[in-house]
Ligand binder design. Sequence first.
Ligand SMILES: Nc1ncnc2c1ncn2[C@@H]1O[C@H](COP(=O)(O)OP(=O)(O)O)[C@@H](O)[C@H]1O
Ligand SMILES: [Mg+2]
Length: 210
Amino acid sequence: MSARFITFEGGEGSGKSTQIALLSARLKQASIDHLLTREPGGAPAADLIRALLVTGDTGRWDGVSEALLHFAARREHLLHAVWPALAAGRWVVCDRFADSTMAYQGHGHGLGRAPIEQLYRIAVGDFRPDLTLILDIDPAVGLRRAAGRHGDEDRYERMDMAFHVRLREGFRAIAQAEPARCRLIDANRPREAVAADIWRAVAGAFSLPA
Ligand SMILES: Nc1ncnc2c1ncn2[C@@H]1O[C@H](COP(=O)(O)OP(=O)(O)O)[C@@H](O)[C@H]1O
Ligand SMILES: [Mg+2]
């Protein structure tokens, strides 16, 4: 079976990390060797850039600069982790990818679609995820969940509510524009119900036994 690239998207506290762990267990049961990774980060140089993006003052970057940093980290991640794994026949499950840049910088910061699409061409080219699960949740609920975590990687969480509302709309617009690649999942339900929908989507997309 050919290697697949699956991405998880959604706002803060939507349950991406939780659901990726559950999907990983199901893939293991199905004997599908896979790499779990995340953005920004996932490779040494990309992790250096991650620290610049997820900590510090909310206003530390201009929106365009922020998008450039995300795509620089993404290219390092693709070159040194994602593409080698796929070439070796492993599946890759990634916590956030380019849809987050479209949602956060394109919609949240208001850069619009065109500059994000241009940067995508330069940094990523024609490569695309085979399947994207977009976890959709009211940002007030997601942020409340996220507040229960600890750590200092909360720069985006600290942005204002209007920003989080815009990025949710951004994700929903992506799901609507690309129905073949994306599945919009109602994430405001118990973990098991969300996981069941996700497994149905993955099994259906890649003809795995349900
Ligand atoms: N379906 C759910 N219902 C309630 N709480 C959840 C659910 N899924 C995850 N959580 C909790 O919400 C918090 C954020 O979840 P997490 O998976 O870290 O989200 P993300 O990675 O999208 O930011 C965690 O404390 C997690 O245990
Ligand atoms: Mg997470």
